[in-house]
Ligand binder design. Structure first.
Ligand code: NAD
Ligand code: UDP
Length: 321
């Protein structure tokens, strides 16, 4: 049987590059697409010459032309860290809207199945806890985070419209905070932020009082969930994340212990609309995909810290992308 072809957008990013590895390992022909706006060629350097891999440098908000047949599309292109999407708000809105429209059009033309990367941010600052897929969310459309949250909400809506109107095979994964090797040390998300500070001998910056919560999922678990969802026959959104919730303050203490830093915690202002609590309800993923996370935070954090430690020291001090 001829190998199936998968197009992965955001391929040079954190999750996209891990997806490329997974699909190559499963025997697929992989086309990676990225414009490097928040990604890094280094994340895919090891597969650039792989016979199953082809890379196309392209901005997905522009018309996408692919000559080959495509069986699956995974749309992961989008800034994902608050400091990234606050720095490039218009591109964030465009990649979620125009970019998604282009990819849906491509999926229709190729009769391909498409999975889009949505986010727990569609729930905003949630009033229901933990968050099941049936919760409609609490998003401030005009706040600074709205550019990301609303782009992702629009992305879900247009994806369902293509499913209903054109009969396109669609999948929607709502990803909750995921971490692991290949995150950018300077991307501002809490794990690279704290670990970078520990490596540089700086104090750890907690935003707000640190009582806000998050639930962190290790990348291998996330990729497994996404892989199973793609191959399932379920068209509606599915939460994929780790329900083990922790306050940011306790999390900072865990990182201080893990990194053996002698630095202290300092407090800074809480960003506008920073969600106070977040925990995925993964009942649906368990039932539908027989999936649940298997990597403990202790294991995952250790692997991630070892990755950051192993980077060239210049990387530790890079402040701008
Ligand atoms: P990332 O920034 O590491 O990767 C995103 C990639 O998309 C980058 O390589 C970037 O260059 C590329 N990109 C952005 N705009 C593009 C465009 N217009 N054309 C082509 N490429 C473009 O982020 P990530 O953490 O890997 O996130 C990947 C996806 O998963 C995003 O859609 C994000 O919203 C979603 N997500 C991630 C998390 C998480 O915790 N990591 C949580 C929720 C949702
Ligand atoms: N945070 C923090 N210090 C930092 C970076 C982030 O206290 O240096 C907090 C942030 O305000 C949020 C949580 O950590 O409450 C997770 O932030 P992140 O940017 O990783 O992702 P979010 O879940 O907010 O999208």
């Amino acid at each position: 049987m001829q190998e199936k072809t998968v197009l992965i957008t955001g391929a040079a990013g954190f999750l996209g590059s891990h997806l490329c590895d997974r699909f190559i390992a499963e025997g697929y022909a992989v086309i990676g697409m990225d414009n490097f706006i928040t990604g890094d060629k280094k994340n895919i350097a090891h597969v650039l010459d792989h016979p199953q891999f082809q890379f196309i440098k392209h901005d997905v908000t522009e018309y996408i032309k692919i000559e080959r047949d495509v069986d699956y599309i995974l749309h992961f292109a989008s800034p994902a860290s608050p400091i990234d999407y606050l720095k490039i708000p218009i591109q964030t809105l465009k990649v979620g809207s125009l970019g998604t429209h282009n990819l849906l059009g491509l999926a229709k033309a190729k009769a391909a199945r498409i999975l889009i990367a949505s986010t727990s941010e569609v729930y905003g600052d949630p009033l229901v806890h933990p968050q099941p897929e049936t919760y409609y969310g609490n998003v401030n459309t005009i706040g600074p985070r709205g550019v990301y949250d609303e782009a992702k909400r629009f992305q879900e809506s247009i994806t369902m419209a293509y499913h209903r109107f054109h009969g396109l095979e669609t999948r929607i994964v709502r990803i909750f905070n995921t971490y692991g090797p290949r995150m950018r040390l300077n991307d501002g998300r809490v794990i690279p932020a704290f670990m970078g500070q520990a490596l540089r001998g700086e104090d750890l910056t907690i935003f707000g009082d640190g009582l806000q919560t998050r639930s962190f999922c290790y990348v291998d678990d996330q990729i497994e969930g996404i892989y199973r969802l793609l191959l399932s026959d379920y068209s509606y959104p599915v939460n994929i994340g780790n329900p083990h919730e922790i306050t940011i303050k306790d999390f900072a203490e865990e990182i201080i212990k893990l990194t053996e830093t002698t630095q202290k915690i300092i407090y800074k202002e809480l960003p506008v609309d920073d969600p106070l609590q977040r925990q995925p309800d993964i009942t649906l993923a368990k039932e539908l995909l027989d999936w649940e996370p298997t990597v403990s935070r202790t294991q995952g954090m250790e692997t991630t810290f070892n990755y950051f430690k192993s980077l060239n020291k210049n990387e530790w001090y890079k402040s701008e992308h």
